[in-house]
Design a protein around this ligand. Structure first.
Ligand code: NAP
Length: 282
């Protein structure tokens, strides 16, 4: 089975549109996101236009605040605090990496946790690790769980292998699977006999970041494979970590790249704006 991301994202979008319409009927403010961008890196501008397009589609208001590349810490924190205190803004998105004069550790802690839709503030990560679901989880791991749930997988008791130990993917995702009562193994570049481990598990999440890294012998015919990798092959075509054409027929289910995890991840960000709105109204 092909686990496409679009139906998952579409369902979340419908839910958001319904809440936005309900607020409008009640005469309440629409949800609003603020994007804080430093300078004009092409990657940031491209990501920003995708977020703005999605917001537009769903009725989420947006405000883009652009500061100069050379801004110092004091002035940056002043701008950020302004967004933290602005009651019309529910979610704040900050593009990374930041220029070297801006201390990401200090800035992450400065984002109001309730408005922290991209899970930069460590207090949100702490909540996730302690099993408290009231905070904001990182978007990509949440997208992985949403996809599996949407396609009806019961995660209880499943053997899950995650090939990634980063803070944006592997570690928080392991906590999320534990919260769903799965049994989790985290693998990385120093793992021995990786394919032995992946081929003996029910669900494999790959986030290695290398095109065609996993071949057919990394999985069994019952494997459910979630490919988080975003890579470009020799023809500059976007692809995941898995050699898709050869693996697709020989596993139980797999996400495509593109069209899998990525599209869900970008919708989770907007779902977080709605969550932020609820948290702020409490
Ligand atoms: P990262 O920090 O570089 O993590 C890569 C992970 O892969 C590390 O844990 C690394 O192990 C492991 N690894 C590397 N070589 C390996 C090998 N030979 N065998 C086993 N494990 C190996 O990257 P990231 O930021 O987490 O992102 C991972 C991938 O996900 C990238 O392709 C990125 O583009 C993609 N991504 C996708 C989305 C989405 O929405 N779809 C969002 C974010 C990221 P060590 O820890 O030992 O180095």
């Amino acid at each position: 089975m092909l686990l496409k991301g679009k139906p998952v994202a579409d369902q979340m979008k419908e839910e958001i549109i319904a809440v936005v319409a309900e607020r409008k009927e009640k005469g309440l403010n629409p949800p609003k996101i603020a994007i804080l961008r430093v300078g004009s890196r092409p990657d940031d501008v491209a990501y920003e236009s995708r977020v703005l397009k999605n917001c537009n589609e769903l009725g989420i208001e947006s405000e883009v605040v652009v500061v100069d590349d050379n801004i110092d810490m004091e002035n940056f924190i002043t701008v950020l605090d302004g967004l933290n205190e602005n009651i019309e803004i529910h979610g704040i998105l900050l593009f990374r990496p930041l220029p070297p004069q801006l201390d990401i550790d200090i800035i992450s802690k400065q984002i109001k946790p309730e408005k922290d839709i991209d899970c930069m503030n460590p207090s949100n990560m702490e909540k996730l690790f302690s099993g408290d679901q009231s905070g904001m989880a990182p978007c990509t791991p949440e997208a992985v769980i949403e996809i599996l749930k949407f396609y009806g997988y019961d995660l209880t008791g499943k053997n899950v292998v995650i090939v990634n130990r980063s803070m944006v993917l592997g570690k928080p995702l392991a906590m999320m699977f534990l919260n769903e009562n799965a049994t989790v193994t985290i693998c990385h570049s120093k793992t021995n006999q990786l394919e032995n481990i992946t081929s003996n598990s029910d669900i494999v999440v790959t986030g290695v970041g290398k095109a065609n890294f996993f071949h057919g012998n990394a999985f069994s015919k019952d494997s459910v494979v979630i490919d988080v990798g975003i890579n470009f092959n020799q023809d500059q075509k976007m692809c995941g970590d898995v050699e898709f054409e050869k693996v697709f027929e020989n596993v139980s289910a797999i996400t495509p790249v593109p069209g899998g995890v990525g599209i869900v991840t970008s919708t989770i960000l907007l779902k977080h704006v709605m969550k932020a709105m609820n948290l702020l109204s409490k």
